[in-house]
Design a protein around this ligand. Structure first.
Ligand SMILES: [Zn+2]
Length: 307
C-alpha cells in the first residue's frame, strides 16, 4: 500500500515536471470571462461544498469517483496530477483519505493552498488519546459542516481575492441551508421511541452526538473491517433487548452483513447514506448533500419511531 502510493507520487512528479508550467497557465473561463480557479477535494461532501461556494468562479474536481467510497480509494496518477495542478486542495484527514495526507508537504512546497479538516475541527477518538482511532465523519453533523464551509470559503478567498464577495455570499447561502437542516433534525428527532440505531459502519457518530442518539455499528469506523462473531452476537442481543425494528445499510458498501443480521433477527432494512460519495444514478438525478441529509432524516424518523 505504502509502496504503491510512493510509486504513484513519483509517477505523478515525473508527469508534473514538464507539464507544470503548461497546466498552471490556461484556466477555464467563467461567465464573466475571468479565469476559474481549480480546486481539488479528496471526496464528495468536500467537493460539493467547494463547488457550492466556488460557484462559477471555480472548477472543482472530486478525486474519489462516483460509485466509489473514500475509505479504500487509491488515486490514479491522473487524479494526483489534478491535485497538483489545483490552486486549492481540500482533504478530510483522520484516516479516511490517507493518500491525501501523505502528499500535503509536497503540495504546500509547490504553493497549493491546503485545507485539512482534521486540523481545523477537533475529531472524536474512539479511544481517547489515540489518533489512529479518530472518527473522520464530521460532514454528517450540519454544525460541523458549517465549520468546513467557512474553512473552504477562506481558502477560496485566499486563492482568488477578487471573488471575495461572491464566495461570502455563496458561503452564507450554504450555511443558512445547513442551519435549516439542523433545525429539521432537531425537531424531527425530538420525540422518538428509540434512541439506538444500527448501521453498517460507524459513520454517524457526530450526527448521533449532535441529536442525542446512540449508534450501534456492525463494522466500526471503516466499512471493510470485519466484525467478530462476538460483536455480531452483541448486536443481535441489543436488537432484541431494545426491540429495534430496522437495520440501516449503505449505498456504496455491500449490504450482505446488514441483510444477514436483519434476516437472523427478523427485522427490516432501510438505507442510511453516510454521504461518502454518490452513485452514478444519484448524480444523474441531481441528488446532493442536502437532499441526502433530508432523506436520511426520514429514514431515522422511521427507524427510531419518532412522532
Ligand atoms: Zn466512513
Amino acid at each position: 500500500m505504502k509502496a504503491k502510493i510512493l510509486f504513484l507520487i513519483s509517477v505523478s512528479l515525473v508527469l508534473i515536471g514538464p507539464v507544470w508550467l503548461i497546466v498552471r497557465s490556461p484556466r477555464n473561463n467563467n461567465d464573466t470571462g475571468q479565469k476559474k480557479i481549480e480546486v481539488a477535494a479528496s471526496f464528495y461532501p468536500l467537493a460539493f461544498f467547494a463547488q457550492e461556494i466556488g460557484g462559477n468562479r471555480a472548477k472543482v474536481i472530486n478525486i474519489t469517483p462516483s460509485g466509489a467510497e473514500p475509505h479504500d480509494y487509491e488515486p490514479t496518477p491522473k487524479d494526483l496530477l489534478s491535485v497538483y495542478r489545483s490552486s486549492v486542495f481540500i482533504l478530510n484527514g483522520g484516516g479516511i483519505d490517507p493518500w491525501a495526507q501523505k502528499i500535503v508537504p509536497e503540495l504546500k512546497a509547490r504553493g497549493v493552498i491546503v485545507v485539512n479538516m482534521s486540523e481545523i475541527i477537533k475529531m472524536r477518538q474512539e479511544i481517547p488519546g489515540e489518533p489512529s482511532t479518530a472518527d473522520p465523519h464530521i460532514w454528517l453533523s450540519p454544525t460541523l459542516a458549517e465549520e468546513e464551509v467557512f474553512a473552504i470559503s477562506r481558502s477560496l478567498i485566499k486563492a482568488d481575492i477578487q471573488g471575495k464577495l461572491d464566495y461570502e455570499e455563496n458561503r452564507d447561502r450554504v450555511v443558512n441551508e445547513l442551519k435549516a437542516v439542523d433545525g429539521e433534525y432537531r425537531s424531527g428527532l425530538s420525540s422518538c421511541r428509540q434512541k439506538d440505531f444500527v448501521t453498517t459502519h460507524a459513520a454517524f457518530g457526530y450526527l448521533a452526538e449532535r441529536y442525542h442518539l446512540s449508534q450501534v455499528s456492525i463494522t466500526g469506523l471503516s466499512p471493510d473491517a470485519e466484525p467478530s462473531p462476538q460483536k455480531l452476537s452483541e448486536i443481535v442481543k441489543i436488537i432484541r433487548e431494545k426491540r429495534i425494528k430496522y437495520i440501516l445499510f449503505e449505498t456504496l458498501v455491500s449490504p450482505k452483513l446488514a441483510q444477514t443480521l436483519a434476516y437472523e433477527t427478523g427485522i427490516k432494512t432501510l438505507t442510511l447514506n453516510p454521504l461518502e460519495g454518490l452513485t452514478w444514478a444519484q448524480k444523474a438525478n441531481s441528488v446532493d448533500y442536502f437532499s441526502v441529509m433530508r432523506d436520511n432524516l426520514k429514514v431515522l424518523k422511521t427507524a427510531m419511531e419518532c412522532s
